[in-house]
Ligand binder design. Structure first.
Ligand SMILES: NC(=O)C1=CN([C@@H]2O[C@H](COP(=O)(O)OP(=O)(O)OC[C@H]3O[C@@H](n4cnc5c(N)ncnc54)[C@H](O)[C@@H]3O)[C@@H](O)[C@H]2O)C=CC1
Ligand SMILES: O=C(O)CCC(=O)C(=O)O
Length: 419
């Protein structure tokens, strides 16, 4: 008997390349085009010193990957996390290219990351680290080159420090170098909620597809930060029942629905675990709950071939980037689970980042209503286009989303005479 269990590939860069291969094969793309789409155009790796409050100096390592700029300048967030790797940042930059393609933004994809744990740093250490990283990557970013934004454990305040550093280096105010800034220095109305709001628009489309009213939907959310916390709030306001949420320390579950006001208050003042010991569950258990909608909104590779067979949700809305492995995807597709892929489900963030950049370049600012109205049009139109193509090619939403993007980026590369 053969007891060999094949180990699942969890390197996000190799996973992103497999996703490109799957869509490229459906489109019949030439091998050299596929090869180009599977690698970043430019990667910068930096080490830089930061003075700690106790007088010592620590050296940090960070990366900025620019995947493809055929459609326009590269765009994508900066992650501060102890688990950041070069391959992760490369994958995230690829996903940004295809995300911008699905929602038709005039951008390519970029991403940055610093290996650090901001939860262990004081505010002044975090400020020095943020400014030092921006200084280290300043030569390759800029409003017409590559425009960063927030991602895991980075905030509007960090974007503000980075914009200030870049502006000082250039000798003039340059708000368009980064998005997700505080409103007072050129941030956009609606950017704070945008990732979650965009995700909610796509969930509304998917609920229509399966004929389930929002008021009857039970939801579990993994990750309680910018994407997950706001998604839980917005869905709760629309009448859904949020039965479980979690953060890096674990989760809470009440089959009758959590009191979202109380959860938010606990997150701000103590820990969500203080909701009550009888409600506590693990991040792994949360994924397998009997819910209608599951929103992974934390990190990569949480839905694998190990737990995919036990997942009961009818809809998985990937607020996080890369939460589902290709093997898990196959299992979920076979079960008929609707997986709204990351490059569509969480594209609301970069869409409003685009609006922020446009406002910075015009120096003319829009109301929150204008922003949300424009965001909804883009998200619904993009979902419909992906759904239509998926039906036409008898494939899943992820492959269809990639097909739309790959076609767009390929057309841009051809128009420039690259391929
Ligand atoms: N912020 C944005 O605009 C966008 C974020 N995303 C993606 O959404 C995901 C979350 O990002 P944000 O909400 O911005 O980050 P965040 O830093 O605001 O929140 C992250 C949340 O995840 C939790 N978390 C961390 N490790 C965890 C673990 N192992 N298990 C469960 N929870 C864990 C944290 O406690 C925190 O609640 C990431 O995959 C990010 O790339 C995607 C598009 C845009
Ligand atoms: O707002 C942006 O430019 C990008 C946000 C981001 O990093 C993402 O969509 O994964």
């Amino acid at each position: 008997m053969n007891h060999t269990i094949e180990k699942e590939e969890l390197n996000p860069y190799l996973i992103a390349q497999r996703q490109v291969d799957a869509a490229a094969a459906k489109l019949g793309l030439a091998p050299h085009i596929t090869e180009l789409l599977k690698k970043p155009k430019r990667v910068l790796s930096v080490s830089f010193p930061v003075k700690m409050d106790d007088g010592t100096v620590r050296v940090f390592e960070g990366f900025r990957s620019q995947h493809n700029d055929a459609v326009g300048p590269t765009k994508g967030g900066i992650r501060f996390h102890p688990g950041v790797t070069l391959d992760e940042v490369k994958a995230l930059s690829m996903w940004m290219t295809f995300k911008c393609g699905v929602v038709s933004l005039p951008y390519g994809g970029g991403k940055g990351g610093v290996i650090c744990d901001p939860r262990e740093l004081s505010t002044s250490e975090l400020e020095r680290l943020s400014r030092a990283f921006m200084e280290a990557i300043a030569d390759i970013v800029g409003p017409e080159r590559d425009i960063p934004a927030p991602d895991v454990y980075t905030t509007p305040q960090i974007m503000g420090w980075m914009m200030d550093t870049y502006s000082k280096l250039r000798g003039h105010n340059t708000p368009g170098v980064i998005t997700g800034k505080p409103i007072i220095i050129g941030g956009s109305q609606g950017r704070g909620n945008a990732t979650a709001q965009g995700c909610v628009y796509t969930i509304q489309c998917a609920l229509k597809d399966i004929g389930l009213p929002m008021e009857k939907a039970k939801v579990a959310v993994q990750g309680y930060g910018n994407a997950g916390r706001i998604a839980a709030r917005l869905l709760s306001d629309l009448g859904a029942t949020i039965v479980a949420v979690s953060d890096s320390r674990g989760g809470i579950y009440d089959p009758n629905g959590l009191d979202i006001d109380r959860v938010e208050q606990l997150k701000d003042t103590a820990s969500i675990a203080d909701y009550g010991s009888e409600y506590v569950l693990t991040n792994e258990q949360l994924l397998e709950l009997d819910v209608d909608i599951l929103i992974p909104a934390a990190l990569e590779n949480v839905i694998t071939k190990e737990n995919a067979p036990n997942i009961k949700a009818k809809i998985i809305a990937e607020a996080a980037n890369g939460p589902t492995t290709p093997e898990a995807d196959e299992i979920l597709n076979a079960k008929g689970t609707i997986v709204i892929p990351d490059i569509l489900a969480n594209a609301g963030g970069v869409t409003v980042s685009y609006f922020e950049w446009v406002q910075n370049l015009m120096n003319y600012y829009w109301s929150e209503e204008e922003v949300l109205e424009k965001l909804e049009v883009i998200m619904v139109k993009s979902y419909d286009a992906v759904r239509t193509l998926a039906n036409e090619y008898d494939t899943n939403l992820r492959t269809a989303a990639y097909m739309i993007s790959l076609q767009r980026v390929t057309a841009a590369m051809q128009a420039r005479g690259w391929v």
